[in-house]
Design a protein around this ligand. Sequence first.
Ligand SMILES: Cc1cc2nc3c(=O)[nH]c(=O)nc-3n(C[C@H](O)[C@H](O)[C@H](O)COP(=O)(O)OP(=O)(O)OC[C@H]3O[C@@H](n4cnc5c(N)ncnc54)[C@H](O)[C@@H]3O)c2cc1C
Ligand code: SF4
Ligand code: SF4
Ligand code: SF4
Length: 369
Amino acid sequence: MTESLLKDEEEKIKTFKDLKTDIIDNDLCCSCGACVSYCESQSFDVLKMEENSPRFKSKANQDNCTECGVCYFICPQTTPLIELMNQKYSIKDKLGPIRDLLAGKTTREKIKEIGQDGGIVTTILLYLFETHQIDAAVVSEYDKKLQPRPKLIYNKEDLKKSAGTRYSVSSQLFPLKDLYNIPSQIIDEKRIYNIDQLRIAFVGTPCQIRALRKMKFLSIKPAHVVKYSISLFCFENFYYDKLYDILKEEKGISPSEIKKATIKGRFIIETRSNETLDVELKTLDNAVRPNCKICDDFTGRFSDISVGSSGAPKGYSIIISRTQIGEELIKKMLSQNYIIAYIPSEEGLEWKEKKKKLFKKMISSKEKK
Ligand SMILES: Cc1cc2nc3c(=O)[nH]c(=O)nc-3n(C[C@H](O)[C@H](O)[C@H](O)COP(=O)(O)OP(=O)(O)OC[C@H]3O[C@@H](n4cnc5c(N)ncnc54)[C@H](O)[C@@H]3O)c2cc1C
Ligand code: SF4
Ligand code: SF4
Ligand code: SF4
């Protein structure tokens, strides 16, 4: 499919040089890491991620580019494929397909403590690990400098480090390149000898899910091992340094003092000394990534399941099942009591329609930014 599409779309194949001119130099890159991840997984030895930005490793490495064009096609910020994907995945509007919509929360006490909202994302991954439906998951963690970093985890025990929201970029596509090097301990433990045996769940923002879906649409490896894609709702994201510079200036607070950050109309910080501070979102405007200012996906329309807090009752998350595999998974988790659903006081259908209206409104206010 790749070859015929490449021929149809353009006579001249666009490569990373075009990605740099069209996307990166225009501040449209969302730092998903897909371009570098793919190129590195093929051992082309051309690209690297530096400070969350993709670039050529060096002038000499630039000559290694085979001009395959895959990096340009899978970039979530480029237009090729989107129309074809909309047709294939029945995406008729910016909210995307919805098979079911509910609010839910985890039943697991430990996840209640560490989850951002209803702890749904962590509980989905826990369920998939415990029922042996996945061997690994791509999540986000803090590194030693407390910057968000993508992480490929192979065990449910590692979920406690990933729960919660980090309001800066974590290049979630980047670890896919490591799937070809399964750690020997995992080979022994899980008896997985080949990448094709792996089954992965992937968590990311809507733009990252779009990159993943583009890879899957083109049958680009290693995305073939991703069995479940979970999108977080996302209104905007921030440059790490700029965000913490502003928070330092406004509230005298540094990353190591922050226990939890939430956006609920304002940017709310819970400190390690149990103080609650908040900052007007307008104050953080200079830290918002430019690519987020032109983003029209709030709920992750290319995912199997989308999860967010907007419109959810306190302590719950909204869960949108978009595909058959997503819907079946949530139904099983409900029946096996991993999560419980919120029962709205008004008639269920009316409640769902109100939520859909709210999300459509949020998408259009996002576009007007
Ligand atoms: C930048 C950003 C902006 C968001 N904006 C909104 C919003 O406007 N409205 C809204 O309703 N929800 C928003 N969310 C989603 C929300 O904060 C929660 O992540 C979501 O409700 C899931 O909650 P949970 O308790 O089920 O997740 P948890 O069980 O706590 O799991 C959270 C998951 O998110 C992953 N994660 C954390 N940070 C990142 C990151 N930076 N990039 C990729 N993955 C990450 C972790 O790996 C973990 O798997 C945003 C999330 C992010 C990352
Ligand atoms: S080899 Fe292919 S994926 Fe790598 S930079 Fe060149 S065009 Fe992009
Ligand atoms: S694929 Fe991702 S990291 Fe690469 S240029 Fe596009 S948005 Fe940036
Ligand atoms: S606002 Fe859009 S572009 Fe920015 S991180 Fe969220 S999904 Fe990606």
